[in-house]
Design a protein around this ligand. Structure first.
Ligand SMILES: [Fe+2]
Length: 199
């Protein structure tokens, strides 16, 4: 039988959490004999218990199923190395300053990897009123099916995002930061993904 969670993983994670089999059993409202069976490969947790089990062991369902704990080594987050995630089901936009295991609508989201701009997704910016950056993706569609969903301005200490909607303009205005405004501009197309321009 194909096991979706291994006995060794449950045991390892339980011991790491310093829980006894009885304590884990109590949290999950099962008997300690049941937990013992899981850890000796004589039984598998019911699929409905996967999420509560992961929660009790302080890991994600993916970590529970793969047996690999994901640790964020990025203790001094650099905002310029931010990761963005967009849920393809609900459109949720998630920003992380380091590595993370992100799930939304029941699926694990990969971090977006920005591409250099192409002709359809060219990001242009100009300084207006000496204080603001005016950013556009002017050649791009803004129809309901295909549009720029957000534009972001990222510097070493700040991440600013402007949400855009179909039928609006693919533009955003940001206060220039630092002496010269150096940073990264990002634009996200709901069909073609993330694009980046260094400024
Ligand atoms: Fe596009």
């Amino acid at each position: 039988m194909n096991q979706y969670v291994s006995a060794a993983t449950i045991k390892m994670l339980r011991e790491k959490k310093k829980l006894t089999q009885a304590q884990l059993a109590e949290i999950l409202h099962v008997s300690d004999k049941t937990v013992s069976k899981w850890e000796t490969a004589k039984g598998l947790p019911d699929i409905k218990l996967l999420e509560p089990l992961a929660k009790a062991l302080h890991v994600s369902v993916v970590e529970l199923m793969t047996g690999e704990c994901i640790t964020n080594h990025n203790k001094t987050s650099n905002i310029l190395r931010s990761q963005l995630y967009v849920c393809p089901i609900c459109g949720n936009i998630i920003h992380a300053t380091g590595q993370a295991m992100i799930s939304c609508c029941g699926i694990t989201l990969p971090p977006l990897v920005p591409d250099s701009c192409d002709t359809e997704h060219t990001i242009t910016c100009e300084i207006v009123d000496e204080t603001d950056l005016y950013v556009t993706v002017k050649d791009h569609s803004m129809s309901k099916m295909h549009f720029i969903s957000f534009i972001a301005y990222v510097t070493t200490d700040r991440f600013e995002i402007v949400k855009l909607y179909p039928e609006s303009e693919a533009q955003a205005r940001f206060a220039i930061r630092g002496r010269n405004g150096h940073g990264i501009l990002l634009s996200y197309c709901n069909h073609h993904g993330l694009f980046m321009k260094k400024i």
